[in-house]
Design a protein around this ligand. Structure first.
Ligand code: NAP
Length: 454
């Protein structure tokens, strides 16, 4: 049984019967049949349906946004923005998929040689709860536009969102078996990957889930893409515009209650400006109001689940016991719901969870560095490599550090890291492999086929 619980009050919202083994097999077989007709449709036909999906998202924006907030607790304004972004990615691929997948002429010894991009079949998407609509649409829009079918295994606490997304595609006019939700726990994912109808798998989630999926996909010789965790470092150099830097850092640390893979997590500040940075940072963090995520006036809702909130608090306590100083927040409030306040830890050093691990919640770790070189070493001293940012008024210096020195998939200068359908998104090291979004994303799940005529 999959259970949705409202993290704002810990009350049950709904229970969903899992799909049986037999039902899963039927869905996968039907998905293959749907793929066999879909792969022959034109880009014009696919684009029309994908634009309908964007329209369906916008038409029911409020309803979808409320469901997101109810199931995982993000502030309602952020849920609305998430649904709008989903409509944008649908429109983006409706407009650009044909160009991204057009034949590519290549000069060779042949009379004519070119690369053609063909769909693979049914792709399994294993998705997390933190952006329950966005994570799915950023996979589904390119995958379907490329001519593939999709099956979604969503996080068990957002089954309502999973079913609503299935409904969006159905209402848009897609054949009902082309995009399906499987109601299954994570422990049953391997048996889906093993099914012959599945050609590839993409997972967004934790490293542990990523390893399990990659192992199974490897054993079955099926392609996989992994978008995993991050501990994004933000370097604040001595010549940064501090107001802008603090604003970007706090926004990034608190968005989605701090539960974003690309949230800023480690703030590496040059010693000479550390005191002033800390003062302004704590001031802004403490101004952010935490409360009922359905109420427009709050910036932070609860964490998505109580046990995740408790794990976060353990990481904070462990960091403090190893020498970090808590200068704001750090206490579990005595109210119903999975709330955790904006928290700032300073004097963070290697060997503490706040330095070594991912803190998936509104907790900032401030680390000091004596100069730029040391800051870069600290930034790269991580198992993760998803996003990173550097703040400096010397634009050339910033771009040089972002392009050549930081070990991460998405490096920003003077802004916080964000995903944009027009730019590739993904990580290196323990943050995963493969890319989503842009033309790189749509080319992950296609057969890049060489055609050679003598
Ligand atoms: P999670 O526990 O790994 O869950 C993610 C998905 O994987 C869920 O659908 C889950 O199903 C499933 N799953 C769990 N264990 C599995 C296993 N052994 N085999 C197959 N599937 C399994 O992660 P989460 O707590 O939901 O999300 C937080 C993590 O995701 C963070 O580390 C965050 O950084 C990362 N994330 C990364 C990105 C990115 O783009 N790089 C974006 C968002 C989040 P159940 O719910 O049924 O367990």
């Amino acid at each position: 049984m999959l259970v949705s619980i409202n993290p704002a009050d810990n009350k049950e919202i709904a229970r969903y019967e899992e799909h049986s083994e037999h039902e899963v097999k039927n869905i996968l077989v039907d998905s293959k049949t749907a793929f066999n007709s879909w792969k022959n449709t034109t880009f014009t036909e696919r684009s029309e349906l994908m634009r309908n999906a964007a329209a369906a998202l916008k038409k029911n924006l409020e309803e979808h946004a409320k469901l997101i907030t109810l199931e995982m607790g993000k502030p309602i304004k952020q849920s609305r923005a998430e649904v709008e972004k989903c409509a944008f990615v649908c429109e983006y691929y409706a407009n650009s998929a044909e160009g991204f997948l057009a034949n590519l002429n290549v000069h060779s010894d042949a009379e004519n040689s070119f690369v053609s991009f063909q769909p693979l079949g049914t792709i399994l998407a294993v998705m997390p709860w933190n952006f329950p609509f966005w994570q799915v649409f950023r996979f589904a829009a390119p995958a379907l536009m490329a001519g593939n079918a999709g099956v979604l295994k969503h996080a068990s606490n957002v089954t309502g969102c999973a079913l609503a997304i299935e409904g969006v595609f159905r209402d848009a006019g897609f054949e009902s078996m082309l995009f399906r939700t499987l109601k299954l726990p994570g422990s049953k994912v391997s048996s889906v990957i093993e099914h012959p109808a599945i050609q590839a798998v993409t997972l967004t989630g934790s490293g542990a889930a990523g390893k399990s999926v990659a192992q199974c996909a490897g054993r079955m010789l099926k392609k996989s893409v992994l978008e995993l965790g991050g501990s994004d470092p933000y370097i604040i150099l001595e010549d940064a515009n501090l107001d802008d830097a603090v604003n970007a850092c706090v926004t990034s640390r608190l968005i989605n209650g701090g539960q974003s893979c690309i949230a800023a997590k480690r703030f590496i500040v040059i010693e000479s400006i550390k005191e002033e940075f800390e003062r302004r940072f704590v001031e802004l963090m403490s101004q952010k109001a935490m409360g009922d995520p359905m109420d427009e006036k709050y910036d932070i809702g609860p964490q998505a689940r109580t046990e995740l909130r408790d794990e976060l608090h353990e990481q904070v306590s462990e960091s403090i016991s190893r020498g970090a100083t808590c200068i704001s927040g750090g206490e579990v409030p005595e109210i119903d719901g999975a709330y955790y306040p904006p928290t700032v830890l300073t004097n963070v050093t290697k060997g503490m969870p706040a330095y070594d691990d991912e803190l998936f919640g509104p907790v900032a770790a401030i680390i000091s560095a004596k100069d730029e070189e040391e800051a870069i070493v600290i930034a790269n001293d991580s198992d993760f490599g998803l996003g990173a940012a550097v703040f400096t008024q010397d634009i050339k210096r910033g771009e040089e550090i972002a392009a050549n020195r930081l070990e991460a998939g998405c490096c920003f200068v003077n802004d916080f890291v964000k995903s944009d359908p027009r730019l590739p998104f993904g990580g290196i090291k323990q943050s995963g492999y493969g890319r989503e979004l842009s033309h790189f994303g749509i080319q992950e799940f296609v057969n890049i086929k060489t055609v050679y005529r003598k």
